[in-house]
Design a protein around this ligand. Structure first.
Ligand code: MN
Length: 421
């Protein structure tokens, strides 16, 4: 792209000042949630060894913070977090979340983490139905927990669960209480993936106006977005455009329900489209994606951005030919940038030029007649589809995949119930 821009042959609006927010940070820290929110992907369970292997690789590629698990869940989970915390990671800080409860914070302390994001909801309906607390009680609890964490010499963050559905005055009051109690960072959480990017912009602007204006210490803001409307990445980037400097992500976009913002997608967008540094060695991202896919046993969609099998595969004859004349014709970035290589999948769209190119690359000579025959054979192979057989196979694979999910489905739950009752 760069050389095309220099030659005046392509315009890159991403680089134009008019399209950039004034609040854009220079650096964004990647806060990985794969081992916490990611493990809450339905049907996924990781062994301690798998968790350690993933944590090490996250550390190796340059993640700033690893949420290693949720110690309050069980003693085994505490052990897993403890194992990661004592691994001696090179770059990453090991964190573990706690509800605003002293016992949860103690579980995190037992696990030996150095950072605890404390979460408690700010939306009124959650206070009423989930937490059964008044606003005042909640604020009191929050302050008490943040102070308790700080007394233990830890980095403490405050995640306002359901921030995006909370009364703005109260949300900012909660942040203020947490900051006054010593919180080091605050986090805006779109817990149910509910807002539009412009709304995220609005919320961030309001928070900054109320917490940053006139204040010497501009508390760092993190953002946690869910993908229920397919907007997790967009909302994460919208918050960053307004000055958020910590992005919560999961490898491959795994996570509860429709998942979280995807590490590899957010990172490459920041690096390539915004020119923001993330500290991530992007060339190693594909290996990480594959490792996590295997441990999660949740197959990536073939067409998934950046890490899907097809993300850098060309099949149309026009596209393949375009790729041969200039790599930027049908690719926004070089696949090498994310640890991949360009591939071609040949079929009925194959053209003569492409066959000639392949033969040349393979050092094979052929006359015009032979080239024509090769192209026809490739097209025919594609069109000779045995659809019924393929579909039966596809159904079987899907069924097998479902059987790999760990945990208990609703049907299995009732089976257990009626065995006991
Ligand atoms: Mn979440």
């Amino acid at each position: 792209m760069e050389s095309l821009e220099k030659a005046g042959l392509a315009v890159n609006y991403n680089k134009e000042r008019k399209t950039k927010s004034k609040s854009l940070p220079k650096r964004v820290h990647i806060w990985d949630e794969t081992l916490r929110d990611g493990e809450q992907t339905p049907g996924v369970a990781l062994t301690i060894d798998e968790k350690i292997e993933i944590a090490k690789m996250l550390d190796d590629i340059g993640v700033a913070i690893i949420a290693a698990g949720f110690p309050a869940v069980s003693p085994r989970e505490t052990d897993a977090v403890k194992a990661i915390a004592s691994e001696g990671l090179r770059n990453a800080i090991v964190a573990a979340p706690a509800r605003a409860m002293i016992s949860d914070i103690n579980a995190c302390i037992d696990a030996g983490v150095s950072e605890i994001p404390i979460f408690i909801a700010t939306s009124d309906f959650r206070l009423k139905y989930q937490l059964r607390m008044t606003r005042e009680e909640m604020l009191e609890r929050l302050a008490e927990c943040v102070e308790y964490g700080k007394e233990h010499g830890l980095v403490i963050d405050y995640i306002a669960e359901d921030s995006t559905r909370s009364n703005m005055d109260f949300l900012c009051k909660a942040y203020r209480v947490a900051i006054d109690a010593g919180a080091d960072k605050i986090c805006v959480a779109d817990t149910v993936g509910f807002v539009r990017p412009r709304v995220m912009t609005f919320i961030m602007q309001e928070i900054k106006e109320r917490l940053w204006t006139g204040s010497k210490y501009k508390v760092p803001i993190a953002v946690h977005c869910h993908n229920d409307f397919g907007l997790a990445n967009a909302n994460t980037l919208a918050a960053i455009e307004e000055g958020a400097t910590y992005a919560h992500v999961c490898v491959n976009g795994y996570g509860e329900r429709a998942g979280n913002a995807a590490l590899e997608e957010v990172v490459i967008a920041l690096e390539e489209l915004y020119d923001i540094r993330t500290g991530i060695e992007t060339e190693k991202m594909f290996r990480l994606s594959k490792l996590v896919e295997r441990h999660f046993m949740i197959p990536l969609p073939l067409h998934k951005a950046i890490s899907g099998d097809n993300a850098f595969t060309h099949s149309s004859g026009i596209h393949s030919h375009g790729q041969l004349t200039h790599s930027m014709t049908y690719e926004p970035i070089s696949p090498i940038r994310v640890g991949r290589r360009r591939e071609f999948h040949l079929g009925k769209f194959v053209g003569r030029h492409f066959v000639e190119y392949m033969l040349k690359m393979g050092g094979v000579r052929a006359n015009e007649e032979q080239v024509k025959e090769i192209a026809e054979r490739v097209k025919k192979t594609h069109e000779d589809i045995k659809k019924r057989q393929s579909k039966e196979c596809f159904d079987k694979v899907k069924e097998e995949l479902r059987s790999l999910r760990t945990g208990v489905s609703e049907r299995e739950f009732w089976a257990i119930v009626f065995e006991i009752i």
